[in-house]
Design a protein around this ligand. Sequence first.
Ligand SMILES: NC(=O)c1ccc[n+]([C@@H]2O[C@H](COP(=O)([O-])OP(=O)(O)OC[C@H]3O[C@@H](n4cnc5c(N)ncnc54)[C@H](OP(=O)(O)O)[C@@H]3O)[C@@H](O)[C@H]2O)c1
Length: 272
Amino acid sequence: MEYIKLNTGIDIPILGSGTNTYGKEGNKYKGEINGDTTELESAIESGYRHFDTAVSYRNEAVVGKAVKESGLDRKEFFLTSKLPTKPEYKEYRESEEAVRRTVEASLEALGGEYIDLYLLHNAWEPLEDIAEVWKVLEDYVDQGKFKAIGVSNFNEEQLGYLLEHSRIKPALNQVVSHPGKWNHAIIEYCKEHGVVPEAWGPLSGVSEENKTTLTQIGDNYDKTWAQVLLRYQIQRGVVVIPKSHNPKRQKANLNVFDFELTEEEIQVIEKM
Ligand SMILES: NC(=O)c1ccc[n+]([C@@H]2O[C@H](COP(=O)([O-])OP(=O)(O)OC[C@H]3O[C@@H](n4cnc5c(N)ncnc54)[C@H](OP(=O)(O)O)[C@@H]3O)[C@@H](O)[C@H]2O)c1
């Protein structure tokens, strides 16, 4: 595994596992929580130590349970969760007390002690309100309950505002990034401003045409189109969190540290 240092001094594993359909009926995002830790167990067994969950996924406790039942030390893991911030989740962040209530529930679900990284799931208006909620997250960093704090789905203007109006700068910005929706501009902006970029949905929405090209590139290294995409993100310094319900694909997605894409191949991929 490779790591990137976040601005609070902790290391984030550059590759983790998404979880947004784990522990749910029918592996559906909106499925009932059934507490099934099968995929988490096989991910841990394969070597994953970095998991990305969120309050809105409703499965933080399932992730917490799998970590506890793994028998490994909590310190072996890097856990990310997110405060829901979209208008429909307004009650989770409408007052300082509401934010603290949400955060305490996340802490409890993920083992009670601390969370490695806590994100604002989305930006909202007015930006001044984001800066107010951010202060509460900063307090949890001061208390040692969050090892780092960051944002998700923030554009340049929103991230720029928070960078200017915060005591502890956002450590990371998690944004969608895959062929057809690379988000190159915000990723470059993050890098320029010391904010680590992270790619969600890295294997989603890939056209058949792009799969063919990526497969041809992968053939040079005995890798699949998916492994080429993950390697691309890692090689450009982007943390990546693929998710699979299939143990073989979980393993394959981890197996991306033994080859290097050429500059030419990168130029083909980044234009997709
Ligand atoms: N911040 C946000 O707003 C936000 C939004 C969405 C997601 N996320 C996070 O990002 C994580 C990842 O995104 P995602 O879950 O949407 O999708 P993803 O990682 O792009 O995966 C999409 C699909 O690709 C398949 N897949 C995985 N590995 C593969 C492989 N090696 N070869 C072929 N197919 C493969 C999986 O199906 P199988 O299960 O059949 O393998 C999966 O359903 C989420 O779980 C969540 O934690 C964050």
